[in-house]
Design a protein around this ligand. Structure first.
Ligand code: HEC
Ligand code: HEC
Length: 236
């Protein structure tokens, strides 16, 4: 899976993303076809909306048939995220305030109407109920839980749940859920704020935290969060 996606990454990185997206979609054929066979009444009809990008069918390859993400590859879940937040992220990828080799070219190929439709579609899907990773060893779990619930005032880090809601389920419209995301994804985002490749957070809240949190603490909190069961609570 990883190797295949690495090859795709090259393809998606082309400036001629529209053409390559279509090609990639064709190449993804077998995997996508099996998902596409399942009828979905709520999937937005994006074809003919001014772009040849078969949007949702393309997203499924990485974000899962139900928007559940991909833990092994570290691809985020989209199901149940606030619609406003999803739309903001797609605009950020398109405008370069959030950079990712896979997502940026794809977001540039979407028009505003498609972004709104996609955001509402994914937001309407139920969050998963299973945990995204195993509980770490006691010492790391205790550290992760403490950061999530109480923060670390000695270095000026507020608790994650203070902004992301009790249990980390998210607070619509602007604070995304943290539970139900792969550990590797959470870690990667904090690193992206640290190195500046993600700078779309309007008030720089996460950038400030990223500069203060150590790599070991980032890893502990990411693994602990991924080991929590996302509650079936809608965040929007
Ligand atoms: C080839 C794999 C791939 C495909 C196909 C793909 N994505 Fe992504 N997506 C990713 C990765 C990887 C990330 C994480 C990027 C990062 O680390 O910033 C991501 C992140 C996102 C995010 C941000 C989520 C968050 O929690 O902030 C949104 C929204 C998103 N994708 C929407 C889509 C949509 C809509 C489509 C279909 C048009 C799509 N993606 C297709 C790989 C993919
Ligand atoms: C002061 C408020 C605040 C605190 C405290 C906070 N966050 Fe955030 N966080 C935000 C905001 C706002 C966003 C959305 C940024 C954006 O719009 O791109 C965010 C986004 C994130 C994301 C991206 C999620 C996604 O789907 O891409 C991760 C990961 C994250 N925060 C982790 C943490 C962790 C871990 C902690 C605790 C150590 C934490 N946050 C504490 C405000 C906060």
């Amino acid at each position: 899976m990883k190797t295949k996606l690495a090859t795709r990454q090259f393809r998606f990185s082309s400036p001629r993303s529209g053409f390559f997206l279509a090609t990639a979609f064709a190449l993804m054929g077998p995997a996508v076809a099996s998902f596409a066979a399942a009828p979905s009444a709520t999937e937005p009809a994006l074809h003919g909306a001014g772009s040849a990008v078969p949007a949702i069918s393309t997203c499924i390859a990485c974000h899962g048939a139900k928007g559940e993400g991909n833990t092994a590859a570290g691809y985020p879940r989209l199901a149940g995220l606030p619609a406003v937040y999803i739309a903001q992220q797609l605009h950020s990828f398109a405008h370069g305030t959030r950079v990712n080799g896979l997502m940026s070219p794809m977001a540039k190929g979407l028009n505003a109407g498609q972004i709104t439709a996609i955001a509402h579609y994914y937001s309407s899907l139920l969050p998963p109920t299973l945990a995204y990773g195993p509980m770490p060893a006691a010492a790391q779990a205790e550290l992760g839980q403490r950061l999530a619930e109480r923060g670390d005032w000695s270095v000026g880090i507020a608790s994650c749940f203070r902004c992301h809601g009790p249990g980390g389920v998210g607070v619509a419209p602007n604070f995304p859920p943290l539970v139900g995301q792969p550990a590797g994804y959470i870690e990667a985002q904090i690193k992206a704020w640290k190195d500046g490749s993600r700078h779309n957070d309007p008030q720089g809240l996460m950038h400030t935290i990223a500069l203060r949190i150590s790599d070991a603490d980032t890893q502990a909190v990411a693994i602990w969060l991924a080991a929590q069961k996302p509650m079936a609570v809608k965040t929007h």
